[in-house]
Design a protein. Sequence first.
Length: 50
Amino acid sequence: MICDRCDQPVEGEPEVIPVDSPSGAVPDVYLCPVPCRPATPRQTAPTGQR
């Protein structure tokens, strides 16, 4: 099974996120059981620099 977040094989029991779809054509989303990608860092302007 491939993680939908990092596109790597899931090791262990995946986190399953059901996706509601009127047609039912969209499969569930599978994620690694531990965060596989760090949260996107916030971009802030450096202080004291021009």
